[in-house]
Design a protein around this ligand. Structure first.
Ligand code: SF4
Length: 566
């Protein structure tokens, strides 16, 4: 068996701590590539995303069948819709790897470790029929297993369940594998590298939240700042400018004091500052540095240290950042029965503290650092009252004038090994109607006014990337953590950075026009909600176009003329 020509097929991954759907590149393909190159520096690796594979059609199967090994990275354990790419489907996993029969076929990522999502509430082991498509299904850490395979050059000596105990090898792989990003279709455009800072939840000592797999890793193991910086430097050297420190359960607890003894160890501002400092010095030309995942319980238990950490993040990061918090539920019964991390009062305090430090607006038009809030439905002890309590919690946040960048509402996904496994989707199925009702209510009564607060009408958003044309509209986003979708009501060149003025809001996106608005070229129908435009002004514009000077514009639009150019 030969181990020279390898294809990494990125079917994309989305987990609670780690995103790998474009424009993100997750850690798996990078670590796996590095493991291969560390074992065999001459190996030829071809990296293909599942979207590129689809475009290649027959050519893809020909190419795959010319390989010695194909490694498929897959697993979307937090299902959602994505603008940037379509994760590999069950049908593709079923059918493609019957056609691809020459190389050694390896499945890695959450799909291999946990299985695949079914009925929106439960994860199931891969069906036997699908398992037969693969020679190795890696349930351990892919980079470690792949490294052994390429070192030994034999499947006999590997243990597909092998997990890493520290970062010694993975750190090397992360640096060596960085250059795989050059083969990513989004490289040089809007590619964001997801960066890992540690694994394991400090709450493992109490078992953690009922639905979460993170405590299964046991005591958290932290990556050293130097090693993280080495990886960031390697990525930056080959042109990556957008980074997210997103692969960890709680960035505020990075190298916290008392891990292994305390459920909520004391955050260490010194260590967090060292982390951010080393990242920005490793990538002096970075354009985006964002975070993900913050435990509201950490902030509530240690408000002073957390306030300091929020200030450090604001000092080193780029604006438009989101501290996504797993509030999960505001129902005390649900919180207790599922061993959740924070009471409603604690979550409220955490939201307030992040607002106090982060709500100041940055150069790109967005507040520096805002909380995101995640709710999970279908948990043990949930009743119809839970929905009411969650709604009231968010109403209180809204009425207090606080800002929340994003309210993520999802149905619980039950994983083997967690307490939710025995419940599965039973509760969420029972509450389907009330779930749908409250989802609509939150979108209309909380999301909409909140979005208007976060990006008021006529806010100018800088460096918005035009991504996709759908139905004659241009879907665009700034680059970063949970960016706001900006819909431009006509088609534009995609793949460009533009500034946009916000003209309208819907529940989860805004409408906008390229800024400054070109008064002579913008279609009249697109101007209808632009700054200073009334029906009569629109009529005058139609009659008067083309405008020849700023003075003419000022005469018609007064103070609003600053948004336009001739
Ligand atoms: S606090 Fe709960 S949800 Fe967050 S990582 Fe720990 S166990 Fe998982």
């Amino acid at each position: 068996m030969k181990f020279e020509k390898v294809m990494i097929l990125d079917g994309y991954t989305d987990e609670p701590a780690g995103l790998g759907v474009p424009p993100y590149i997750g850690v798996y393909p990078r670590y796996i590539a590095g493991a291969i190159w560390c074992a065999n520096k001459d190996a030829s690796i071809t990296y293909v995303t599942v979207d590129s594979a689809r475009e290649m059609e027959e050519k893809f199967f020909k190419l795959a069948n010319s390989m010695d090994v194909i490694i498929i990275v897959a697993g979307v354990t937090v299902p959602g819709k994505y603008l940037g790419g379509n994760p590999i489907t069950i049908a593709e996993l079923n059918n493609w790897f019957k056609i691809i029969d020459k190389p050694l076929k390896i499945l890695a990522g959450p799909a291999a470790r946990f299985g695949i999502g079914i009925r929106g509430g439960k994860v199931a082991e891969l069906p036997w029929k699908m398992r037969e498509n693969f020679d190795i299904i890696i349930k351990g850490d892919p980079e470690i297993v792949v490294y052994r395979l390429f070192k030994e050059r034999s499947v006999e000596f590997i243990e597909p369940d092998e997990k890493r105990e520290d970062y010694v090898l993975t750190n090397e792989f992360s640096v060596k594998g960085a250059r795989i990003v050059e083969m990513h279709p989004n490289h040089g455009k809007n590619l964001i590298a997801e960066i890992e800072t540690y694994r394991g939840c400090p709450r493992f000592i109490t078992g953690g939240c009922s639905f979460c797999t993170e405590p299964l890793y046991g005591e958290p193991v932290f990556r050293d700042q130097r090693d993280i910086a080495r990886e960031v430097e390697a990525l930056h050297r080959i042109g990556v400018k957008f980074f997210r420190l997103g692969r960890q359960p709680d960035i505020f607890a990075y190298k916290a004091v008392g891990v292994g003894e305390e459920e909520f160890p004391k955050p260490s501002p010194i260590e967090v500052e060292k982390l951010f400092k080393s990242v920005v010095s490793a990538a002096p030309e970075l354009e985006v540095l964002h975070i993900d995942n913050v435990n509201p319980g950490t902030i509530a238990h240690h408000p002073e240290e957390s306030r300091e950490i929020a200030k450090i993040i604001v000092k080193y990061h780029t604006p438009g950042d989101v501290a996504a918090m797993g509030v999960e539920s505001a129902d005390p019964v649900v919180i207790k029965k599922n061993n959740l991390k924070a009471s409603p009062e604690e979550s409220y305090l955490a939201i307030k503290i992040v607002n106090e430090v982060g709500s100041v607006r940055g150069w790109n038009g967005l507040p520096h650092l805002l909380p995101g809030v995640n709710f999970v439905y279908g948990l043990i002890g949930e009743t119809k009252e839970t929905y009411k309590l969650n709604y009231e919690f968010m109403k209180r946040v809204l009425d207090s004038g606080l800002m929340v960048r994003r309210i993520n509402i999802r149905k619980v996904m039950a994983f083997p090994g967690t307490p939710m496994w025995r419940i599965g989707d039973r509760i969420i199925r029972k509450h389907k109607r009330v779930y749908d009702k409250y989802l609509k209510l939150v979108r209309a009564r909380i999301d909409l006014p909140m979005l208007r607060r976060v990006v008021p009408k006529y806010t100018v958003l800088r460096r918005v990337y035009t991504e996709k044309i759908i139905d004659d509209r241009t879907y665009s986003r700034q680059i970063g953590s949970y960016p706001i979708m900006v819909v431009i009501p006509f088609t534009m060149d995609v793949g460009k950075f533009i500034d946009v003025v916000v003209t309208e809001h819907s529940h989860r996106s805004v409408m906008g026009l390229p800024y400054p608005i070109k008064i002579n070229e913008t279609p009249i129908r697109a101007l209808k909600s632009a700054p200073g435009i009334t029906k009569s002004v629109a009529r005058k514009i139609t009659l008067k176009r083309p405008f020849r000077s700023v003075a003419e514009l000022r005469e018609l639009l007064g103070e609003y003329s600053k948004y336009y150019e001739v």
